[in-house]
Design a protein around this ligand. Structure first.
Ligand code: FES
Length: 127
């Protein structure tokens, strides 16, 4: 069996939602100290709906595929749904990751959570 699923290879080769969102109102950056990979998520949220999302990932193929899939899973969804996104859901949507690559999907969950926290902070500050 191939080490990586076709979905992982597809999202690695053709990542969705790559780039920067200039008008993001929630930005989260996380890193994994062990492997040194870094993931940054940009969210544009209007009326508690994620109307746009982009990512920049300096990391391995699984981290890129995880970021790509995670952004697809939350795009157009309410903030409350995005808060529920787990690395398990990202991994399942990718048809699995090798055990030693699970932490790459954790990075995606953490980056989205950090971006949502940033959004909440900005919202509270604006009130
Ligand atoms: Fe660390 Fe993939 S090896 S995020």
């Amino acid at each position: 069996m191939a080490l990586y699923s076709e979905k992982v290879m597809d999202h690695f080769r053709n990542p969705r939602n790559v780039g920067v969102l200039e008008d993001a109102n929630g930005i989260g950056t996380v890193g994994n100290a062990k492997c040194g990979d870094i993931m940054k998520i940009y969210l544009k949220i209007e009326d508690d709906i994620i109307v746009d999302v982009k990512f920049e990932t300096f990391g391995c193929g699984s981290a890129i595929a995880s970021s790509s899939m995670a952004t697809e899973l939350i795009k157009g969804k309410p903030v409350s749904d995005a808060l529920q996104l787990t690395n398990k859901a990202v991994t399942e949507a990718l048809d699995g990751l090798p055990a030693h690559k699970i932490h790459c999907s954790v990075l995606a969950e953490e980056a989205i959570r950090a971006a949502l926290e940033d959004y909440e902070k900005r919202k509270a500050a604006a009130q």
